[in-house]
Design a protein around this ligand. Structure first.
Ligand SMILES: Cc1cc2nc3c(=O)[nH]c(=O)nc-3n(C[C@H](O)[C@H](O)[C@H](O)COP(=O)(O)O)c2cc1C
Length: 156
């Protein structure tokens, strides 16, 4: 199974999470590619496949700066991406009650509107909870991969 982790980050936390997952999956048959969102556009989804969007939230519930171009490109170009399956790891802070994890939720909304299929629930991490996001993600990824595999079997 090939998995591309797209990283939206301002201060590097989401990148740390992606790297921890890459390491955690090293001895499995999941081939992980970690790609910072910088410079990416909607074409990154053109070939289909399995993606994990790992992104934080900034501003008024916005995606981080390095994710803005990709997000805007999905909104403007509106490609049909029915052969994309994806999960979302949304980093946020509950102190921002109204916009908690909105960056990840925004990607979820646009990807599903364009026909992509989400695997499982969004993993929302709360920076004020005192847990390490990479540890939470490492504990979560096994179940997510299993779900991705079982859904691929159903589709086949
Ligand atoms: C200026 C600023 C604005 C933020 N705005 C939000 C927000 O609206 N909603 C939210 O859930 N988290 C918000 N956060 C929290 C970050 O998303 C969270 O700390 C995240 O773990 C940072 O990840 P990163 O280092 O990958 O950018 C904000 C943080 C800062 C510093």
């Amino acid at each position: 199974m090939d998995l591309t982790i797209l990283v939206g980050t301002m201060t590097g936390t989401a990148q740390l999470v992606a790297q921890a997952l890459e390491l955690a999956l090293e001895d499995t048959d999941v081939r992980v590619t970690v790609r910072p969102m910088d410079g990416l556009a909607a074409e990154v989804f053109a070939g289909g496949g399995t993606f994990l969007v790992c992104t934080s939230t900034y501003g008024q519930g916005d995606v981080p700066d390095n994710a803005k171009h990709l997000y805007a490109s999905l909104q403007d170009e509106r490609p049909r991406i029915a052969d994309v399956r994806y999960g979302v790891i949304a980093l946020g802070d509950r102190t921002y009650a109204d916009t908690f994890c909105n960056g990840g939720k925004r990607f979820d909304a646009i990807l599903s509107a364009l026909g992509a299929r989400r695997i499982g629930e969004i993993l929302c991490h709360d920076a004020s909870a005192g847990t390490m996001p990479e540890e939470v993600a490492e504990a979560w990824i096994g179940g997510w991969i299993a779900l991705a595999r079982s859904q691929a079997e159903v589709a086949a």
